[in-house]
Design a protein around this ligand. Structure first.
Ligand SMILES: [Zn+2]
Ligand SMILES: [Zn+2]
Length: 342
């Protein structure tokens, strides 16, 4: 099946962390972290509809201004998700500029910021260009199952992890693909039509077997129609960075990224520098590979390598991640899995 998500690292593996995700046949794009965004074109930045920031360290947030510069003067709503206190950080960035000319514009640029807490409660705030980006509080809410964003063809789940303070891990998921067996439809004498869309939606919404579905023959239960369907899971891509190697983080990441097609995971330190990694609340290459293996992901893309290893090149770091990732991978899945050096 053609993948819907086309994610790529914004910078090289030693540069500021960040992943840009394009979605097949969709104009909108997603951005994970706002470090140095200079490799992204104006066209790329104009497509960003959702931004997911792990935490407020400068290598993850300094690119906010680059995004703002491109968007000012346009009609746009950008959803931004970050940890506790993040709305204030966005507000401080915005108030660093003088907005006395906003009346001359017809357009409005809106940032809607969601702060996620470890208990999956949220607080939301809005910043509108037309109001000189003065903060408007939108109140408290919840993110059941960690669901922090939903758009056309995707949803994003999050988990609050531990770094120096919270750092949020994210996973973008595509809805399940529901296919209809046309021959089984014909066997039951049911004509295809718009009702099949409602049937597919009922499956995607995980309705129970008793759920009523309108068919050309009258109402039938979802359970009675399931034999005409095949369901394949949608693509999943996870993004995790700036996390300490703790049992709690390992468990939470394995859950968030469990079975993902692709996991972007930080590997700041070499396997031999575990003490430094612990001191700075980051992962080693080995820990990253072990976590990817525990999560059962198909492919792992390590990034956020410390510049101290730049001389030795990225390949040595990638090899350490791959060794830990593959060391106990079942023989059957070996050929499919691996860390990639792209
Ligand atoms: Zn950090
Ligand atoms: Zn960082």
């Amino acid at each position: 099946m053609t993948p819907s998500f086309h994610p790529r690292l914004v910078n090289d593996r030693f540069g500021d962390p960040g992943v840009f995700v394009e979605i097949l046949h969709r104009r909108e794009a997603l951005l994970f972290d706002l470090g140095d965004l200079s490799p992204l074109s104006t066209r790329d930045l104009l497509r960003v509809s959702h931004v997911f920031v792990t935490h407020g360290h400068i290598d993850h947030f300094i690119g906010f201004d680059a995004l703002l510069r491109v968007l000012v003067g346009r009609d746009r709503i950008v959803e931004v998700v970050g940890p506790r206190g993040f709305a204030d950080r966005v507000g401080h960035k915005l108030l660093g500029y003088q907005w006395d000319l906003v009346d001359r514009y017809e357009t409005d640029l809106v940032f809607e910021v969601t702060e996620l807490e470890a208990d999956l409660t949220t607080r939301r705030a809005r910043f509108r260009f037309k109001r000189g980006f003065a903060r408007e509080d939108l109140g408290a809410g919840e993110a059941p199952d960690g669901l922090v964003a939903r758009g056309d063809g995707f949803c994003v789940r999050a988990a609050v992890l531990e770094h120096h303070g919270p750092s949020i891990g994210y996973a973008v998921e595509e809805p399940e693909h529901v296919n209809i067996w046309r021959n089984r439809l014909a066997e039951r004498g049911l004509a295809p039509g718009p009702w099949l869309q409602a049937l597919k939606q009922a499956v995607i919404d995980r309705r129970g077997d008793a759920f009523p579905v309108e068919t050309p023959d009258g109402v039938a239960s979802l359970g009675a129609l399931r034999e005409m369907l095949s369901v394949t899971p949608g693509q999943r891509v996870a993004y995790v960075t700036d996390v300490a190697d703790t049992p709690g983080n390992r468990e939470a990441i394995a859950q968030l990224a469990g079975g993902a097609d692709l996991l972007f995971i930080e590997s700041c330190f070499a396997a031999g520098d575990e003490a430094q990694a612990q001191a700075r609340a980051h992962l080693t290459t080995r820990a990253a590979g072990e976590i990817a293996r525990a999560a059962g992901v198909r492919r792992v893309e390590p990034f956020h390598f410390s510049p101290r290893y730049e001389q030795g090149g990225a390949d040595a770091m990638i090899a350490e991640v791959a060794a830990a990732f593959e060391s106990q991978t079942r023989a059957g899945s070996r050929s499919e899995s691996g860390a990639t050096a792209s």
